[in-house]
Design a binder for this molecule. Sequence first.
Ligand SMILES: Nc1ncnc2c1ncn2[C@@H]1O[C@H](COP(=O)(O)OP(=O)(O)OP(=O)(O)O)[C@@H](O)[C@H]1O
Length: 510
Amino acid sequence: MVTETPPETEVLAVRASGVHRAFGGVLALRDASFAARPGEIHALAGENGAGKSTLIKVLCGLISADRGTVEIFGQQVRRVVEPAARRRLGVATAFQELSLIPDLTVAENLLLQDPPRGRLGLVRRGRLAPTADAILQRYGVDYIDSRTTTADLSVAQRQIVELVRVLAQEPRVVILDEPTAALPDRQVEWLAGHMRRLRDAGCCVIFTSHRWREIEQLADRVTVFRNGTHVATRDEMSESEAVTLMSGRTLEGTYPDVAALPVGETVLRVDQLAGGRLRGVSFDLRRGEILGVGGLAGQGQRELFLTLFGARRAASGTLSVGGTPVTVRRPKDAIRAGLGIAYVPEDRKAEGLFLPLSIRDNIALATLSRRSAGGFVRRRGERAAVASIAEQLRIGGGRATSQAVATLSGGNQQKVVMARWLLTDARILLLFDVTRGVDAATKHDMYQLVADLAAQGKAILFYSSETEEIANLCHRVLVLREGRVSAELAGPVGDADRIVAASLKEESDA
Ligand SMILES: Nc1ncnc2c1ncn2[C@@H]1O[C@H](COP(=O)(O)OP(=O)(O)OP(=O)(O)O)[C@@H](O)[C@H]1O
């Protein structure tokens, strides 16, 4: 059923119409409309740069619209609204860039806007931690100590605190921008439970995600945006329909035919690698092979990639590349040995990118030393290579690569991280969660790109927080459990549940 324009009489939690919003020369929203009801979970879907985050910021009054109207339960949001006024409106928002202040404690961040006060209205500092503890307990996250300095939490824990801060306001409208991007599966379930509870209590819950599975499982209705404008709102939508609506393209077969790609001789041999969570990992990676690393979250996958790349020290174990033993103590050693890593940091906004620099300079960073001739960077060759990879990954929808990375949407910034390492001439590519936060059509392009790189003879080690990708894009899958390889599955595995089942099996049965 298509419900493009809600009847004027319907009580709506959120109604936006004719909204325009430009940033410099970029029109982020053009004549955009959106409506959501009380008592529903409403997903906002769209490609990277479609305008979702901008719409969210306009809806909650963080930025103003250049034109158009926004109403929350019939009340107009006219311009930028102070946090306290936003609370009075009944809107609470968790943004993609976390809004917590790193130097404050968890308790201070949770209660910043509404600290416990005594009879004279003075803040009772002594009550901060106990009040925050009670809130954390109410949301089932008593494993986080409210006295901890926020900077000392992991990115996932910070995201959980941010979400608790939003949920605890008990708003009428909750808006969550990519809330699951930094969360492990277990916490995704935790969040889903709270979203449903709020919905059942009559709250309007709006969220964005690039994972269709989540949208399918959680959302009562979906709105698709494309190029800053509303395309459709429906209560039933298939994934392929959604992709077509989002991208304007029809994608054929999600995954390339990996089984048809030939695999050659061993290029990388890893023997008894240990250190941190790793407790003796051994495997061979072959030329032209895409080797998946699966397993439950936190079994040492991240450490494995970082150790291979020299960003973490191994306590013991050996590596050889092309039959020659190599010592990798720093990333420089790894690059020299022919290993390149496309690693998407947990907090992509804080690590890995130089926001004020151009797209081109950020992509060219990893190749800079290689391209320098007599101290000069060979700009012309670099420009052509960068332009080609930027086009292949459709970075910024064809925007000039001279623009600052800061002006790109979150997903497009992530593509810059990936492009950087694809440009190096590494024989071995370590791809760690490269599709996180990336839209469906671009994911599709990335799968093809990974298959093309394998066909060119690169050896690829592949990890993704979406197990389905490991199941479908890999020749073989290593299952990591407690820092060891506990099973090996021949691929393409096809069904992600088989990897999950192998991850849960006792080592003796595997
Ligand atoms: N502060 C800014 N300066 C310049 N351009 C901006 C700014 N914020 C957003 N834009 C541009 O506005 C457009 C919409 O961006 P927005 O962040 O709303 O997209 P999105 O749909 O949330 O994308 P993603 O899924 O990647 O997070 C993009 O082209 C983006 O580059």
